[in-house]
Design a protein around this ligand. Structure first.
Ligand SMILES: Nc1ncnc2c1ncn2[C@@H]1O[C@H](COP(=O)(O)OP(=O)(O)OP(=O)(O)O)[C@@H](O)[C@H]1O
Ligand SMILES: [Mg+2]
Length: 369
């Protein structure tokens, strides 16, 4: 279990709260506006130095405060040994992350705590732009092989350079050849890794789907961003005149997409709201299951308002899947009656009541009065 204790300071309405001890399944319940999602944001901040809600860091910091701070006792590698992990960030822009007495860079920190968020924005996996789907895919490709980030960065650099040359409207063919060669090399590596990741993910996705939502066949189709039967060099040469007119490169992994299909239709156009939630959750859970299979490490799931959109049967199936997984879960809900009674007695579950920015540890579900 990655997190054993958590202390949060100056995040939204949470002035200073601690969650101690943490369990494998942690349920946070309370009224609207009490601070449940803020706790999830604090854990996300601990792993990635930012929230999953909005891009503006200043919105996350408690009003009137100059910095946010989250620290934990953590065992991210599952070695049975807890060490201090802390992240602080000020409104001025200073970010500091430390683990076991050592400073960490952003990439090291992201590799330390693999986080998966399931909230209303997760619907974007079906309803949103291809860019959102690429992020989901790239999360997995990065965690499956950290070298992915180098290919990704190399590709972005080459693409930016090529696009700025295209914008000038004239390119020396020798310069173009150099940048094309670099772009193609990174594009191919990146795409191989995306494809390899997806191949490994598919059986996990099918398993999660059959646990969460029986009787619905959802197919995942990867489109790499160009016609692979021709090769990227040919495709770039064919689209060069058009790209020059447009001022940017059209084909390539920056156009990759992951399509979710039900029959011949896009899942976004075909499924009900609850079905969509279960499909995007199955995808997220499959990513965690694959991550665990490849690295033997657990993910941290931040699941905001798990029961919303779901009937009792599907809610139970969702929880059973979490229970059988290795993940550490932080689950919020307004009304705890269902989520406090559906776990097996041997599952390590803790309930926390959230009230106006304060947290009370209510023990295991059976301890409730
Ligand atoms: N920067 C901030 N400083 C102080 N308080 C804030 C800040 N940003 C938001 N809040 C307040 O923090 C509270 C907690 O918000 P949060 O979204 O965590 O509630 P919640 O328990 O998830 O509610 P819901 O059930 O409606 O989703 C809200 O009352 C909100 O108005
Ligand atoms: Mg909320």
């Amino acid at each position: 279990m990655p997190l054993k204790q958590l202390n949060i300071q100056h995040i939204r309405n949470l002035a200073s709260v601690s969650l101690n001890p943490l369990s494998r399944i942690n349920i946070l319940y309370g009224d609207n506006g009490s601070g449940k999602t803020s706790v999830l944001e604090a854990i996300h901040f601990l792993g990635l130095t930012r929230s999953f809600r909005g891009n503006q860091f200043r919105h996350l910091v408690q009003e009137g405060q100059a910095q946010a701070l989250v620290f934990a006792q953590a065992d991210p590698m599952g070695q049975g040994q807890c060490r201090p992990l802390g992240v602080e960030r000020s409104l001025e822009g200073d970010v500091r992350a430390r683990f076991a007495g050592q400073n960490l860079g952003a990439t090291e920190l992201a590799g330390l705590l693999p986080l998966q968020v399931i909230n209303s924005d997760t619907f974007d996996l079906l309803d949103g732009s291809p860019g959102v789907r690429r992020q989901f895919l790239d999360w997995g490709a990065f965690h499956a092989d950290p070298a992915f980030i180098q290919y990704w960065r190399g590709f972005r650099r080459a693409l930016k350079q090529r696009n700025s040359l295209l914008k000038c409207g004239k390119i020396d063919p020798r310069v173009r050849k150099v940048w094309d060669a670099e772009l193609i090399q990174y594009a191919e590596r990146m795409t191989e890794q995306r494809q390899a990741y997806l191949d490994c993910l598919l059986p996990e996705f099918e398993a999660a789907m059959s646990a969460l939502l029986q009787g619905l066949e959802v197919r995942l189709l990867f489109s790499p961003g160009w016609d692979q039967s021709k090769g990227l060099e040919t495709v770039l040469a064919e689209s060069f005149e058009r790209d020059l007119r447009q001022g940017f490169t059209s084909p390539g992994p920056q156009r990759a997409d992951l399509r979710f299909k039900v029959g011949s239709l896009n899942a976004a156009d075909r499924l009900s709201r609850g079905q969509k939630k279960l499909v995007v959750s199955a995808f997220r859970l499959a990513q965690g299951a694959l991550y665990h299979r490849l690295s033997n490490r657990a993910c941290i799931y931040l699941i905001d308002d798990l029961p919303s959109e779901l009937d009792e049967r599907h809610c139970r199936q969702f929880c059973e899947f979490l229970e059988a997984s290795a993940n550490q879960c932080f689950i919020t809900c307004v009304e705890p009656s269902l989520l406090s009674r559906i776990w097996q007695p041997e599952t390590d579950v803790a309930l926390f009541r959230v009230e106006s920015g304060t947290l009370t540890h209510k023990g295991a579900p059976g301890d409730q009065t």
